[in-house]
Every structure is written in C-alpha cells, then in structure tokens.
Design a binder for this molecule. Structure first.
Ligand code: SF4
Ligand code: SF4
Length: 63
C-alpha cells in the first residue's frame, strides 16, 4: 500500500527520505512529501519516522 504522510505531524527530520529506495520522498517546506508515482510500496519509510507521521493503510477487505 502507498503510505500516507501526515504533514502536520512531520518534523522534517528526513529519516524517511534516507531509506526510500526510489527517492519517492522529498522535503517540501520542511515537511516530507510523497511523490506517489515513484513509490514502490516497500514500506521501509514508516518504521523510520520518530513521530509516526507515516501510516501504511491496510487494504480493505472486499469479501
Ligand atoms: S513505501 Fe518505500 S518506496 Fe514508498 S515512500 Fe516509503 S520507502 Fe519510499
Ligand atoms: S521520518 Fe517522519 S518526521 Fe521525519 S521527515 Fe519523514 S515523515 Fe517527517
């Protein structure tokens, strides 16, 4: 799943940007911004965030 960045919680530390293999994350106005078209959905970014501003949504069951 493509992560959701809570830009209000983000403190602009840049840790998620360092671990993102395709460099889909960039800092804009000292907040992380995800360029979704580059995201490979690896999930590496979320556990790096010290303020839990990155959420990987669970897929909704369609059963
Ligand atoms: S899920 Fe992976 S590719 Fe997508 S923004 Fe996070 S680290 Fe980058
Ligand atoms: S790791 Fe979290 S706080 Fe740091 S830049 Fe990324 S989203 Fe913002």
């Amino acid at each position: 799943m493509i992560p959701i960045i809570d830009e209000y919680m983000c403190i602009g530390c840049g840790k998620c940007i360092e671990v993102c293999p395709p460099q889909a994350l960039i800092l804009t106005n000292e907040r992380a911004h995800l360029r979704e078209e580059f995201c490979e959905e690896c999930g590496f970014c979320a556990p790096e965030c010290p303020v839990n501003a990155i959420i990987i949504p669970f897929p909704l069951s369609t059963d």
